[in-house]
Design a protein around this ligand. Structure first.
Ligand code: IFM
Length: 437
């Protein structure tokens, strides 16, 4: 790598991120069925029908995986807890095996000096709640608060940080407008309801966390730089709208008590009743903001129904996801968000990384380049005043990349999905060397 720890401020945290459904193996330990199991069981939704029943078998191999992180010299581990593992029916009776698992997992992190950074919802909604309308149901935030209390009563005393929800854009827009993630809905009213309810759920969870005296509570949003496909007025307007519902809607709710005007021009008629009254709940004080950043998009106006635009291919080098590599976007969002929304609130890069079609013999150079370029952008953002306190790469392991199954490999550790054997890639060794230097 082209940096060492000493190029970052004292106390800067380096961490790895994963999520429950993507690595644990939801067939184990009494976990309940999730809407991802249902989505994957429906032909055409997920590549090869891949699902998370075994995934990386982290449920049984977590000690080895934590050893890998400790061996690498990381400071923290961003993991998520699964609602359906804790409460298999979504409400009611907890699963003792699930609570025991997260208890052991947190203790095992602390034994290795890894700071536990928890996320409470990384997309595996219990099927029983999906049956009730999922994120369209206005009672979901209340049930999420109940789940928050159950899991935090058990592990909340030992966490470094907590965020209720990972990437609300994916929960709302990707899953209910584009239909690419579970529950695979394509409906504007469902989208507006889900986008608002997920923020209400965040707020309800924050109330519970504060009530339990849990500190270092934040939020994690994803960001994509929106380029107009051309300099035409129509494309510029289209890119501003993409930027609105992707990058500004959720932090608008969290930090400004308002949603962007250009987004509300399309969504307002579909919002749940009384949505304007929920901002005090949504906008409670936070201790940090996490930014997940991977890529940029090129947006072109079209004549279809709102939002009346589509994505066109861009010229930059692309990852295995087909995502352009645009490190400048990370610098942009870190500096912009602190200047316009968060001030001196600590920021973390909570996800950043690339998928590459790795086989064990590959040199892993593209991933090292990607990490170098984005860490360079992060360093420049710090120099330009962004209060960035840590960087988390996605992901420790190759894992279940949702609708794209197991084909897209984001890990710094290779996983053989036949044998489940883990093999650190060259990027793992290079980052380890940089951190220990
Ligand atoms: O794998 C996902 C993760 O679940 C959320 N953020 C983006 C990653 C890569 O697509």
């Amino acid at each position: 790598m082209n940096f060492t720890r000493s190029d970052f401020p004292d106390g800067f945290l380096f961490a790895a991120a994963t999520s429950a459904y993507q690595i644990e193996g939801h067939g184990f330990g009494g976990a309940g069925r999730t809407h991802w199991d249902d989505f994957a069981a429906t032909p055409g939704n997920v590549l090869r029908g891949d699902h998370g029943a075994i995934a990386c078998d982290h449920y049984h191999r977590y000690e080895d995986d934590l050893d890998l992180m400790e061996g690498m010299g990381l400071d923290a581990y961003r993991f998520s807890t699964s609602w359906a593992r804790v409460l298999p029916e979504g409400r009611g009776q907890p699963n003792p095996q699930g609570l025991d698992f997260y208890d052991r997992l947190v203790d095992a992190m602390l034994e290795r000096n890894l700071k536990p950074m928890a996320t409470l919802y990384h997309w595996e909604l219990p099927s029983t709640l999906a049956d009730l309308g999922g994120w369209r149901n206005p009672d979901l935030p209340k049930w999420f608060a109940d789940y928050t209390r159950v899991i935090m009563d058990r592990i909340g005393d030992r966490l470094y940080s907590v965020a209720p929800v990972n990437e609300p854009w994916c929960v709302g827009w990707l899953s209910h407008f584009l239909g690419q993630h579970a529950p695979g809905v394509r409906d504007i009213r469902a989208t507006a309801h889900a986008m608002h309810h997920i923020l209400c759920a965040h707020g309800r969870a924050v109330e519970v966390l504060r009530d339990l005296n849990i500190s270092n509570v934040g939020a994690v949003c994803n960001f994509e730089y929106a380029h107009p496909a051309t300099q035409s007025a129509a494309d510029i307007k289209a890119a501003a709208l993409y930027d609105g519902y992707y990058n500004r809607f959720f932090i608008g709710g969290l930090f400004k008590g308002a949603y962007p005007e250009n987004v509300m021009q399309g969504l307002e008629p579909h919002m749940p009743k009384g949505w304007q009254d929920d901002f005090p709940l949504i906008g409670q004080k936070l201790d940090w903001l996490g930014l997940n950043y991977y890529t940029c998009k090129r947006i072109s106006a079209n004549t279809e129904a709102w939002p009346s635009h589509s994505e066109v291919e861009g010229p930059l080098d692309k990852t295995q996801m087909g995502w352009e590599i645009h490190p400048e976007g990370l610098h942009h969002f870190l500096t912009w968000v602190s200047q316009t929304h968060t001030g001196d609130l600590p920021l973390y890069v909570t996800e950043n990384g690339m998928a590459n079609p790795d086989v064990l013999a590959t040199a892993d150079t593209p991933r090292m380049d990607y990490l170098n370029q984005h860490l360079d952008a992060a360093r420049r953002a710090i120099a330009d005043g962004a209060p960035l306190k840590g960087y988390t790469f996605w992901s420790l392991l190759d894992n279940y990349e949702w609708a794209l199954g197991y084909e897209k490999r984001f890990g710094l550790v290779h996983v053989d999905f036949e044998t489940l054997e883990r093999t650190p890639k060259a990027s793992y060794h290079a980052l380890s060397k940089a951190l220990k230097a």
